[in-house]
Each structure stands twice: as C-alpha cells, then as structure tokens.
Design a protein. Structure first.
Length: 59
C-alpha cells in the first residue's frame, strides 16, 4: 500500500503541473507583437543623434 502512495505523489504533482501550465497559457492576456517592438527599436537606432551647435553649449 505504501508503494502505491509513493507512486501516486509524483503522478499527482505531474498532473497538477500540466493543469497549471495549460491554464496559464489560456488565460494569458494578448501582448504586443515582439517583432513590432524590435522594428520600433531599430528605427530609433537608425535616427541620427541631434547635435547642439557649438556656440550654444554651456560653459
């Protein structure tokens, strides 16, 4: 009988993990496409850095 209990514990834990993972994947809120974030970042990196004229720099 005790061997049966020792086998049921890991089986129950595994089933619980499957249920939790399944629920988390279904309840996840839709997020912004990560590729859209990358495109926005690439555009920002390609823009030139605005430079101040030399005579307006603080001394």
């Amino acid at each position: 009988m005790s061997a049966l209990i020792w086998w049921l514990i890991p089986i129950a834990v595994t089933a619980l993990v499957f249920v939790v993972v399944a629920l988390r994947s279904k309840v996840a809120d839709p997020r912004v496409d990560p590729m859209a974030d990358r495109a926005r970042m690439r555009e920002a990196m390609e823009r030139p850095i605005p430079r101040q004229p030399r005579d307006s720099a603080p001394r």
